[in-house]
Design a protein around this ligand. Structure first.
Ligand SMILES: Nc1nc2c(c(=O)[nH]1)N[C@H]1C(S)=C(S)[C@@H](COP(=O)(O)OP(=O)(O)OC[C@H]3O[C@@H](n4cnc5c(N)ncnc54)[C@H](O)[C@@H]3O)O[C@H]1N2
Ligand code: MOO
Length: 400
């Protein structure tokens, strides 16, 4: 008897199987999209020193009380200068944006409010202390928490890490996934199709979806339905993988290559109470986690959303599945197989000012209808205990 389990239970099984990726240190240039594994404290303040926000003149505000005034320019401070002399009372220093404030100066006058002189300068307006001065630590205090563990490293976060003087960051290592499509019927372009053959598409979709999540991916585009050949091609590649994902060869036919090759190798095959995506397998082969997906293209994509994406995100340190659920009203009647959670491709729309959006199916329930998926922006989720949903009913929608 094949064991049938719920989608939620299976998601937990796959999540436990993948566990957590190890922590590794990578250069900033390789960290985009990865998750920070430890809190990062600032070793320097930002700004690291009081500096000018404008090109102009560093002054003592008190010296400008009777503006307009003309004062001698005692020094010139371009950005990058490190030998900064104090400002004597009754003088100014010409200063550029980002240059250190001279000790004794308390404000900057923009060059636009002067005659731009280099020996003497006429300053047209009075100033207030702190005008156009960027204070040490105003952005980040030295020793403070700059980036929390669990932060997804986007461009702003990487910029901050660089600004506080870091060259590398501790991250959850991106998982290396080996993707293998099986099926004697599979052909890859530009080879011509003969009657009975189809172009292979699952590995392309899986690889793209995995790379979007930040995984490293190796692809074996197609392996024929032959157990020895499957083992011979895939087994040597396991050593470098954190996860093997296969497509096809797992249901009830006479030539189920993945099932036949891996049943005695630590992989358990069962049915999940979902449609599409019913037949699944998971386990370890030579210690490497294995998830075997059914071959129908929509089954692959729905399986990815239902449990692979959440499990991979958890493994790589992300919080949550990275997808939002909303409620929406159906625009037409739908039916669903009893006892199974059905995922229908849908299009969700929320009109301006409306609290609840509307959703309609794109294409039928068939797991071969890939084109409809490309027109969908969500999955309509019909629960196990629902076999009929009527137009106007509120349903659960997983936004893609
Ligand atoms: N007697 C039964 N037959 C089937 C059952 C069942 O319970 N009893 N389940 C059906 C369901 S549901 C699914 S899903 C499929 C899963 O079958 P397999 O995982 O063994 O997949 P295949 O038979 O190899 O392929 C299914 C389908 O998908 C096409 N395919 C496969 N790989 C690719 C690829 N890489 N790119 C594009 N298309 C691919 C393949 O040609 C088949 O049409 O089993 C049902 N049958
Ligand atoms: O469950 Mo299969 O994955 O419907 O087509």
């Amino acid at each position: 008897m094949v064991q049938v389990i719920s989608v939620d239970a299976y998601r937990e099984i796959v999540t436990d199987l993948l566990g957590h990726a190890p922590v590794t240190t990578v250069p900033l240039a390789e960290a985009a999209g990865l998750v920070l594994a430890r809190d990062v404290f600032a070793g320097v303040a930002l700004p690291p020193f009081d500096n000018s926000a404008m090109d102009g003149y560093a002054v003592r505000a008190a010296d400008l009380a009777g503006a307009p005034v003309t004062l001698p320019v005692a020094d010139d401070i371009p950005a990058g200068r490190v030998d900064i002399k104090p400002l004597a009372p009754g003088t100014v220093h010409r200063i550029m944006t980002g240059a250190p404030m001279p000790p004794g100066a308390d404000a900057v006058v923009m060059v636009e409010h002067t005659d731009g002189g280099t020996a003497d300068v006429r300053i047209d307006r009075a100033a207030t202390a702190n005008d156009h001065v960027r204070r040490t630590g105003e952005d980040v205090e030295k020793g403070s928490l700059a980036l929390h563990a669990g932060t997804v490293l986007g461009h702003a976060q990487l910029g901050l890490a660089a600004a506080i003087g870091l060259a590398e960051l501790p991250v959850y290592q991106p998982l290396s996934v080996l993707v293998v499509s099986t099926g004697t019927e599979l052909v890859t372009a530009p080879d011509p199709l003969r009657h009975g053959q189809i172009y292979e598409s699952n590995s392309v979709m899986l690889a793209a979806a995995l790379r979007e999540l930040g995984c490293r991916v190796e692809v074996v585009r197609s392996v024929v339905d032959d157990v020895e050949e499957f083992r011979g091609i895939v087994e040597p590649k396991l050593a470098g993988a954190d996860l093997l994902v296969t497509s096809g060869g797992v249901s009830a036919g006479a030539y189920e290559v993945v099932k036949d090759a891996l049943t005695a190798r630590g992989v358990e095959f069962r049915k999940i109470a979902m449609q599409p995506g019913g037949p699944q397998g998971n386990g370890r082969w030579n210690g490497v986690p294995v998830v075997t997906l059914p071959g129908n293209p929509v089954s692959v994509l729905v399986s990815f959303e239902a449990f692979l994406r959440p499990a991979l995100r958890t493994a790589m340190g992300h919080s949550g599945p990275g997808r939002r659920h909303v409620r929406a009203r159906l625009t037409e009647d739908l039916s669903s197989p009893p006892g199974r959670r059905q995922y229908r491709r849908g299009f969700y729309l929320q009109a301006e000012g409306e609290v609840t959006g509307v959703v309609g199916p794109r294409g039928g329930p068939g797991s071969h209808l890939l084109a409809a998926f490309t027109q969908a922006n969500c999955l309509i989720v019909l629960p196990e205990d629902v076999s009929e949903a009527a137009e106007g009913d509120e349903v659960d929608v997983l936004l893609l």
